[in-house]
Ligand binder design. Structure first.
Ligand code: FNR
Length: 347
């Protein structure tokens, strides 16, 4: 099996350079993009010995969805730019791996079709749906209902995007729109027209409360980095948080996610689960995040690299590689399961 950086190199060769930049790039000077990975490298593991298990159990659970391992797939836009089968290929690989796919609101495939593909690949696959709240509440509600009917099991509301991030590679390359033939399928309205995703800096906790009233499914917030916001989320009845800086694509110089994690874990004090994404490339990264208080991690770009390199099989390769490395790292740290990992193993 290839490493994620090897798969990225293959993906880079296969992709149109403008699309590669869209996936690889981030906001501003891309400092947060780099910081996410560097913050993992800077941390060292202090393993325990003589207390592991001959066979590790990687399974976990998040807001009612079972995961075969503590790694899920974070929402990323436009999979059909990476591979003709796009989100369908991703969904099959993730369903077969037994973990959660967070379908992006900006997917280039309709959520109903993604759900069908997942169900063809596995019984009872766990799909969640990522939502950008839209200024038109009726339209937001129609998207929520559509995702519910498709069978998603949770909503992930991305709250780190009150405005679009400034991705300078895209500006330089003149990449603003999907090529002809591809659209954001989940933004079709009742008349079949495709709306643009609108960002708004006008959303508040009131809107989160509205969504909680509007759906019975669990609601997670994605993009929380400040511990005070984590406390507010618990108070608002939010079901979980994704500790994320959007892979460095929104606020450049935002804190790396693994640097932010300990204070967030302290703030929620186990009341709700935390998922961390940003810079996870190795099983050792997964173990560090779990030890510091995450229940699972999300991967964004690695899945796109697998998809671009080899379609469904490439996504499978990425996920199985992370599974194998996480298991191996648990063994080397004297842990039988994710629950055995504690903050004292990371320095
Ligand atoms: C993203 N991300 C993202 N997040 C979101 O909530 N909705 C979205 O549509 C997208 N789209 C998207 C596209 C691309 C190309 C990238 C790279 C990222 C952010 C994503 O969910 C996640 O937070 C980061 O990708 C995690 O960082 P890594 O794993 O890419 O380092």
């Amino acid at each position: 099996m290839r490493t994620i950086s090897e798969l990225e190199a293959v993906a880079r060769e296969r992709l149109d350079p403008v699309h590669y930049d869209f996936y690889a790039g981030a906001a501003g000077d891309e400092l947060t993009l780099r910081a996410n990975e560097e913050a993992f490298s800077r941390r060292v593991l202090v393993p325990r010995v003589l207390r592991g298990a001959a066979k590790r159990d990687l399974a976990t659970e998040l807001v009612g969805s079972p995961l075969s391992m503590p790694v899920l797939v974070s929402p990323t836009a436009f999979h059909r730019l990476a591979h003709p089968k796009g989100e369908l290929a991703t969904a099959k690989a993730v369903a077969k791996a037994g973990t959660v796919l967070v379908v992006s609101m900006a997917a280039t495939t309709a959520v109903e079709d993604i759900a069908d593909a997942a169900r063809q690949a596995a019984t009872d696959p766990a799909l969640w749906f990522q939502l950008y709240l839209q200024p038109d509440p009726e339209f937001t509600e129609s998207v929520v209902r559509r995702a519910e009917r498709a069978g998603v099991r949770a909503f992930v509301v991305t709250v780190d995007s009150p405005v679009f991030g400034r991705r300078e590679r895209d500006h330089r390359n003149g990449f603003h729109d999907l090529p002809p033939g591809l659209v954001v399928e989940n933004l079709r309205d009742g008349l079949g027209r495709v709306r643009d995703i609108e960002m708004s800096a006008g959303f508040t906790w009131e809107h989160v409360a509205w969504l909680k009233r509007t759906t019975a499914l669990p609601v997670l917030l994605k993009g929380v980095l400040h511990p005070e916001d984590a406390r507010l989320a618990v108070g608002a009845g939010v079901d979980g948080l994704v500790v994320s800086n959007h892979g460095g694509r929104q606020l450049d110089t935002a804190v790396s996610t693994v640097d932010a994690l300990p204070a967030l874990a302290e703030a929620v004090a186990g009341a709700i689960p935390l998922v961390l994404d940003g810079g996870v490339r190795r099983g050792t990264d997964v173990v560090k995040a779990l030890a510091l208080g995450a229940t699972a991690v999300g991967v964004g770009r690695p899945v796109v690299w697998g998809l671009a390199a080899a379609g469904e099989e490439g996504v499978t390769e990425v996920l199985e590689r992370l599974r194998e490395e996480t298991d191996h790292t648990l063994a080397l740290c004297g842990a039988a399961a994710p629950g055995d990992l504690t903050a004292d193993l990371v320095r």
